[in-house]
Design a protein around this ligand. Structure first.
Ligand SMILES: Cc1cc2nc3c(=O)[nH]c(=O)nc-3n(C[C@H](O)[C@H](O)[C@H](O)COP(=O)(O)O)c2cc1C
Length: 290
């Protein structure tokens, strides 16, 4: 794994080199199985009656009209969707250059899947850097996880977004993906959906909290409901003797020079985040059986 610190040699200006080339998924991510399970026991899965999401944006134009004050179409997503007996869906959507966020995402999925009536689905957003730039950055091949189209976000009952930091904010790849959600914003198709955030930084003080906090604007404009993790995970969040990523805003890890991998505590918080958001999603999606 290459150096992850920004430098002239291996940290080019990504925003200046945007390409439409998507990275080809090549290899499955190595995910530690030693992550501690979230304390609550995992029961046998039951089917829970939930409301389905309304894909209101599917008929919307693909781009927002260019205007100083764009008009917003009447939101349709706040109407009650049809009731159906199926699992609620939580989409875990991420970008990862060096695999740290990918590992947290796997742990988050375990947490989501531990909740009866909820299923987690992993997605990557498109890469925006050309292959030759990624090679110079020593980026490994992308994991074999599907690349999501923005319109698919409407299918999810809950969303969890993950990205590494770039100068204290989300990586440009994820911002580019969100910039492609104009039609969803126009119809407010994601309004009311619970959403969480998880991050990776190189260093302590490098943006664990600012990266999450500055991303909340994206959720707010879409009308999503930000779901933090708070301190519910437990005592390890109060332990200042262990170097630990993550914050009340969401799970997190430190890459260090790139060789550091997510710790048991960090993976445990990530799993907890998945479980917590799955439970919140279920509460918001659940409808009384008729
Ligand atoms: C252009 C660039 C800018 C970065 N900016 C920061 C930063 O502001 N703070 C920080 O702690 N790490 C920074 N990093 C390190 C990345 O956040 C780190 O490589 C990433 O969290 C690893 O996650 P990943 O393995 O999922 O890609 C930067 C890396 C690059 C390439």
């Amino acid at each position: 794994m290459g150096c992850v610190q920004p430098s002239k040699a291996d940290a080019p200006d990504e925003t200046a080199q945007v390409s439409t080339t998507s990275a080809k998924p090549k290899a499955a991510p190595e995910v530690s199985t030693s992550a501690p399970r979230v304390e609550s026991p995992v029961e046998e899965k039951k089917v829970v009656t939930v409301s389905s999401s309304t894909p209101a944006a599917e008929t919307a134009p693909l781009s927002v009209p260019v205007s100083a004050t764009p008009s917003i179409a009447a939101p349709t997503i706040l109407s009650t969707p049809a009731t159906m007996a199926s699992n609620a869906k939580v989409y875990i959507v991420y970008y990862s250059t060096y695999g740290h966020i990918a590992k947290l995402a796997e742990a988050i999925k375990m947490g989501v899947d531990s909740v009866d009536g909820v299923e987690g689905h992993l997605f990557q957003v498109p890469e925006t850097l050309p292959e030759e730039v990624l090679e110079k950055m020593h980026a490994p091949p992308k994991p074999d996880i599907p690349i999501i189209d923005p319109k698919k976000l409407t299918e999810a009952d809950g969303l969890i977004f993950g990205f590494p930091t770039r100068y204290g904010m989300m990586a440009a790849q994820f911002k580019a993906f969100l910039d492609a959600t104009g039609s969803l914003w126009q119809t407010q198709a994601l309004a009311g959906k619970p959403a969480g955030i998880f991050v990776a930084t190189g260093t302590q003080g490098g943006g664990q909290e600012t990266t999450a906090l500055t991303a909340i604007t994206q959720l707010a404009h879409h009308g999503m409901i930000f779901v933090p993790v708070g301190y519910k995970y437990g005592p390890s969040l109060f332990d200042v003797n262990e170097v630990r990523g993550g914050s009340p805003y969401g799970a997190g890890t430190f890459a260090g020079d790139g060789s550091r991998q997510p710790t048991k505590t960090e993976l445990g918080l990530a799993e907890f985040q998945g479980k917590h958001i799955a439970e919140v999603t279920l509460k918001l999606a659940a409808k009384p059986a008729i």
